[in-house]
Design a protein around this ligand. Structure first.
Ligand code: ATP
Length: 460
């Protein structure tokens, strides 16, 4: 992990937020290469989950939402971690993660293992509050959303009515969420400001179980085949009832083998009709499932203006669909991709080269065009014109670099995962060919300049 953190800073993938002021815990900034990687991962996800399916719509909901959303979703009441305080060192720790925490005075010991006495666990709500409007009145506040999911539930009717969808169909969203984690840690693994890629997929209640299983399989395959995480680094975890969120009757986590151990990359939950029912008026008139009815009746909704129902034509009745939710973290995805791709290779010369073996689709830079000599005007001009032509296709981020000798330029591109380096040399001026070097094999082939675009496009 230290090597990855160091590479990320050195090469401009990820920086500590507000570093020059000592940082901001649980927040990180994506740099020039990080933003490309992150956008590529999100684009790949959107392509697979929205464009390549016939049963999906996308939205981008606001981060600030009416407070009632969080009352009826029950986040106000239940979105809490259990917290313990150490009476001696004043440290605060998650009660369920004491084994992963360090005593503030004796970092080699766990909290409570030292002389310090711990308080009884108490719940700590993880939603951030912010003031809304100019008057700091205790009632005029909003929460920063802790999940993107609620934006999909409260827009269920809007999406349904504006698109004429029939179930099964889903809504997808990528966006920021905020959680006041007690102990943000492990680089971008546990953040206070994070980004999520979530789907709420609406189905007939009787189809929920099979749909749940289908999404688990689909997303496990996606992380492996399209993102390129090795199968042996991925696993499924059946989440135990006591560890599930309040709305879930079944959750399966997709786990990734990070350098810090096996951890959750994505959670796929069967949220039943809980959310749509909770956000509906007239709950007593809805035919809710027993599981939900108890909870919904405990909190009758006096504020919603809608019944979030669906008219099921074949059965001629209004139903509340069940929801299957695949919820992944963008940051945890980027971290997994970086961990998976990082490699240190010993060359025949005895030198080591650091190479990020990223899938070309995810690589921040697809092509680097390098002149063999930077003081040979004609070589430089040809290299720059190749860069411009490739960039103009809009298909591949291309850079030009002449700031070092060719060997060093190759190493720099290897380290950030650029799949192809195009080198312009003296021969290029005579026969309009260039060399294309492959990042993984370091093999070079000569390609005619007019064929270059097609050659690279095919491989990225
Ligand atoms: P954890 O158990 O690790 O706290 P969670 O089960 O609370 O996670 P979910 O509510 O299921 O997480 O959120 C869906 C996804 O969002 C997670 O699988 C993870 O990838 C991401 N995520 C959740 N919390 C964080 C965080 N604090 N930092 C980064 N990513 C997160």
């Amino acid at each position: 992990m230290d090597q990855i953190v160091s590479l990320c800073k050195r090469r401009g993938f990820i920086f500590q937020s507000s570093e020059i002021y000592g940082g901001m815990q649980g927040a990180y900034d994506y740099g020039p290469l990080g933003v490309e990687l992150k956008n590529n991962l999100k684009r790949l996800w959107w392509k697979h989950n929205v464009y390549e399916r016939d049963d999906m719509e996308g939205i981008d909901a606001a981060i600030l939402m009416n407070r009632f959303v969080w009352r009826y979703s029950q986040h106000e009441e239940t979105f809490a971690d259990m917290l313990v305080d150490c009476k001696t060192c004043k440290g605060r720790f998650r009660a369920d993660k004491l084994g992963e925490s360090e005593c503030l005075r004796h970092p080699t010991k766990y909290p409570g293992e030292c002389e310090g006495e711990l308080t009884e666990p108490r719940p700590f709500n993880m939603m951030f509050k912010t003031q809304v409007g100019p008057v700091p009145d205790p009632e005029s506040f909003a929460y920063l959303r802790p999940e993107t999911a609620q934006g999909m539930f409260v827009n269920f009717k809007n999406v349904l009515d504006s698109t004429n969808r029939k179930i099964p169909f889903g809504i997808a969203q990528i966006g920021k969420s905020f959680r006041n984690e007690i102990t943000p840690r492990n680089f971008i693994f546990r953040l206070r400001e994070l980004e999520q890629m979530e789907i709420e997929f609406f189905v007939r209640p009787e189809d929920a179980q099979a749909t749940h299983e289908a999404w688990v399989k689909d997303h496990l395959d996606w992380w492996a085949e399209e993102v390129g995480l090795r199968r042996e680094h991925l696993d499924l975890l059946e989440v135990l009832p006591e560890d599930r969120a309040h709305y879930s009757v079944r959750t399966v986590d997709i786990m990734y083998k990070y350098p810090i151990g096996w951890e959750e990359l994505e959670g796929i939950a069967n949220r039943t009709d809980f959310d749509l029912a909770m956000h509906s008026r007239d709950q007593d008139k809805l035919d809710l499932t027993p599981n939900t009815r108890a909870q919904a009746q405990a909190l009758p909704n006096a504020h919603s203006t809608e019944r979030l129902t669906y008219f099921d034509q074949p059965n001629n009745k209004h139903i509340i669909p069940y929801v299957v939710e695949p919820a992944a973290g963008v940051d945890r995805g980027c971290l997994a991709v970086l961990c998976e791709a990082y490699d240190e290779e010993t060359l025949e010369s005895g030198e080591t080269r650091i190479v990020l073996r990223l899938k070309p689709t995810l690589a921040p830079i697809k092509v680097a065009v390098l002149p063999l000599k930077k003081n040979a005007d004609e070589i430089v001009a040809l290299a720059k014109s190749i860069k411009k032509t490739l960039q103009a296709t809009g298909e591949m981020r291309t850079v030009y670099d002449d700031s070092a000798g060719i060997g060093k330029l190759y190493r720099r591109q290897d380290e950030v995962g650029t799949p192809f380096c195009v080198t312009v040399d003296f021969q290029s001026l005579e026969d309009q060919t260039v060399t294309v070097r492959d990042r993984d094999t370091m093999q070079q082939v000569r390609i005619a300049v007019p064929d270059l675009h097609a050659f690279i496009r095919e491989r990225i």
